[in-house]
Design a protein around this ligand. Sequence first.
Ligand code: MN
Length: 238
Amino acid sequence: MSAALVALTATSDVIQGTRRVRVNDAYVHALERAGLVPVVLPPLENVRQAARVLAAVSGLVLSGGEDVDPALYGAAPSPALGTVHARRDAWELALVHAARDASVPTLAICRGIQVVNVALGGTLVQDIPSERPGALAHEAGTARAARAHDIEVEPGSRLASALGATRLAVNSFHHQSVDRPAPRLRITARSDDGIVEGLETDRHDPWYAVGVQWHPEDLVDTEEPWDRQLFATFAGRL
Ligand code: MN
């Protein structure tokens, strides 16, 4: 059997004076290690191309990045809001709608879990330190592969089954998080301070969609098997 193609979203920003498309190489490594072929997908202006792109691949991986524009979920911007990327927001929302409509298996990472939630009608915490005082340090500033805090995963959920665990430690590089989940989505993982770390479609939903707030792509070479299994399970759905 040949390796399945997966669309891997990317951002665009200015590096060394030139606007470029980029995505962290760790996603490429994690997907290739899981037996998949990532096809890097830049933010396109023409959102009508989303369904066509997804028709050409077996799965969708939404990568990390900028804050989602709060206007997209009806909130005024917090003073602590970070960089937003309007073209990327519009493109990735269209991708989520197209993935839902065609039941394309979707793995949503960091910004990705937020994009999926907003696309389907949920809301976000714009800035954890100012809106959830007393929460853990989720913008940990540690090495990419350092497991910074624990999470609790709902037994029997897609996420628990993919990870092979209901309690595990994850890395953490985010100041935003899911607040109210969209109607079709369920929160299935939280850190001990209540911050949402995992979200998914119900096990009986024909659309396989799993979102994680951490960065499993940076953890596939660690001793613990959880993050490798997350990618392997996704690969098994394609
Ligand atoms: Mn976290």
